[in-house]
Design a protein around this ligand. Structure first.
Ligand code: SAH
Length: 342
C-alpha cells in the first residue's frame, strides 16, 4: 500500500526521509515540487535518481486529468470535470471577479445529505476526497487556465464538514507558505449545517468565512427540502452559529436558495428577518438553478423582489448571488451528472 505524499506536510515528509537515511532538507524540496504541479517523481530534477525511485515505490502522487472543460462565452467562467486516479469524477469552477479569481472546489465524490434541490446528492456519496485531491483542484485549475487563484470556496460537490479531517488538512496545506500560500481570509466553506462539526470547526478558531445553507427559517420548510434538518432543527442550528461567531469573531453568511412556492413567501421572509435580527448576519439569496431531475423551480422575480424588500426593511444585510457561467451548467454537480448519463 502506497501513501499519498501530497496530503503530507513538509515536516512529515522530512521525518520519513530522515528515516530513509536522507538529508532533512529534501522534505521541503519535495513539498515544493508537489505543490508546483508535478505529476511524477521523475520530474523532481534536483533529486538523485535512486531517491526518486525509492519515493516512487513508497508513495503515490495524485494528479487529475481534465475529462471535460467548458468555457462560458458570457463571462469567461471555466468549469472543469476532473478524472481522479480511481476513475471517479468531480467538478471545479473558476470564476472571475473584480477582486480576483475564485475557484469553487468539491470536497466529496457525490454527497449523502439528500437536499431536494441539489444535483450533487442524486447518486448518494461515493467517497470523500483526500486532502491532496482538494489541493489538486486549486492547483491544476490555476495551471490549466493560466489564471492566478486568489480565493477558494468549498461550495462544489459534497459536504465539506462530512469530510472534516481531510478538509482541515487541506486548509493547512493550501495555507502553507511553501505551498499555494492562500490565506484563510480568502477561503469560504459552505455547510448544510452539521452542528457538531460546526462546533468543532469553531474550536480551531480559524479565519475562514463560514457559509451556512439555511434555505428555510422554520423546521417545517427546512426539513422538507433538507433531510439534515430533521435531526437538529433550525433553532439549534442558529444557536450553533451564534456560538461559532462568539468563538471566532467571524460573521456567518447564510445561503438561501429561492424556491418557488416552497420557501419564498412573505411569511418566510418575515420569520427569517425575525430570527436574524440584530445578529449582523449576511443573507445571500441564490436564484434556484434548475436541476433536470427535480420538480422544484426558481422563485418568480416578483417574489424575489418582495422577499428582498422585507429583509431590507428589517435591516438585514442581503445580496443576490450573481449568476456566472449560465451557458455552461456551472452549478453544483450538473456536469458530473451529465457525464455519468453520457
Ligand atoms: N454541502 C455544502 C456545500 C455545497 S453546495 C452546503 O450544503 O452548503 C453550495 C450551495 O449551493 C449550498 O448553499 C447549496 O444549498 C446550494 N445549492 C445546491 N443546489 C442548488 C440549486 N439547484 N440551486 C441553487 N443553489 C443550490
Amino acid at each position: 500500500m502506497k501513501t499519498n505524499i501530497k496530503s503530507m506536510l513538509p515536516e512529515e515528509i522530512k521525518e520519513d526521509l530522515v528515516k530513509m537515511g536522507q538529508p532533512g532538507f529534501r522534505g521541503e524540496q519535495i513539498f515544493k515540487w508537489l505543490h508546483s504541479g508535478v505529476r511524477s517523481f521523475d520530474e523532481m530534477s534536483n533529486l538523485p535518481k535512486s531517491l526518486r525511485e525509492s519515493l516512487d515505490e513508497k508513495y503515490y502522487i495524485t494528479a487529475p486529468n481534465v475529462k471535460r472543460k467548458q468555457v462560458s462565452r458570457l463571462d469567461g467562467t471555466i468549469k472543469y470535470l476532473w478524472e481522479l486516479r480511481d476513475g471517479n469524477c468531480v467538478e471545479s469552477v473558476l470564476m472571475r471577479y473584480e477582486h480576483g479569481n475564485t475557484v469553487c472546489i468539491s470536497s466529496q465524490v457525490g454527497c449523502r445529505m439528500g437536499c431536494a434541490f441539489c444535483a450533487s446528492t442524486i447518486g448518494g456519496l461515493v467517497r470523500s476526497l483526500e486532502a491532496s485531491e482538494l489541493i489538486d483542484q486549486v492547483m491544476f485549475t490555476q495551471l490549466d487556465s493560466g489564471s492566478k487563484i486568489s480565493n477558494i470556496v468549498l461550495m462544489g460537490i459534497g459536504e465539506p464538514l462530512d469530510n472534516f479531517d481531510n478538509v482541515m488538512r487541506f486548509l493547512e496545506l493550501v495555507n502553507h507558505p511553501k505551498g499555494l500560500n492562500i490565506g484563510m481570509r480568502h477561503i469560504s466553506l459552505s455547510t448544510c449545517g452539521l452542528t457538531e462539526k460546526v462546533d468543532k470547526l469553531g474550536d480551531y478558531n480559524i479565519q475562514l468565512t463560514l457559509s451556512v445553507s439555511l434555505h428555510g427559517p422554520d423546521d417545517e420548510t427546512r426539513s422538507k427540502i433538507m433531510p439534515v434538518n430533521r435531526s437538529c432543527g433550525v433553532d439549534k442550528l442558529l444557536d450553533t452559529c451564534w456560538n461559532y461567531y462568539k468563538k471566532t469573531k467571524r460573521r456567518i453568511s447564510f445561503e438561501y436558495a429561492m424556491i418557488d412556492g416552497v420557501n419564498d413567501t412573505p411569511y418566510h421572509a418575515k420569520l427569517l428577518a425575525q430570527k436574524l435580527r440584530g445578529t449582523g448576519s449576511h443573507v445571500n439569496l441564490i436564484p434556484l438553478n434548475n436541476v433536470e431531475e427535480s420538480p422544484l423551480r426558481p422563485s418568480t422575480p416578483e417574489n424575489l423582489r418582495k422577499f428582498i424588500s422585507i429583509l431590507e426593511s428589517a435591516n438585514i444585510n442581503v445580496t443576490v448571488r450573481r449568476k456566472l457561467g449560465g451557458d455552461i451548467d456551472a452549478s453544483c454537480g450538473q456536469l458530473r451528472r451529465k457525464a455519468m448519463r453520457d
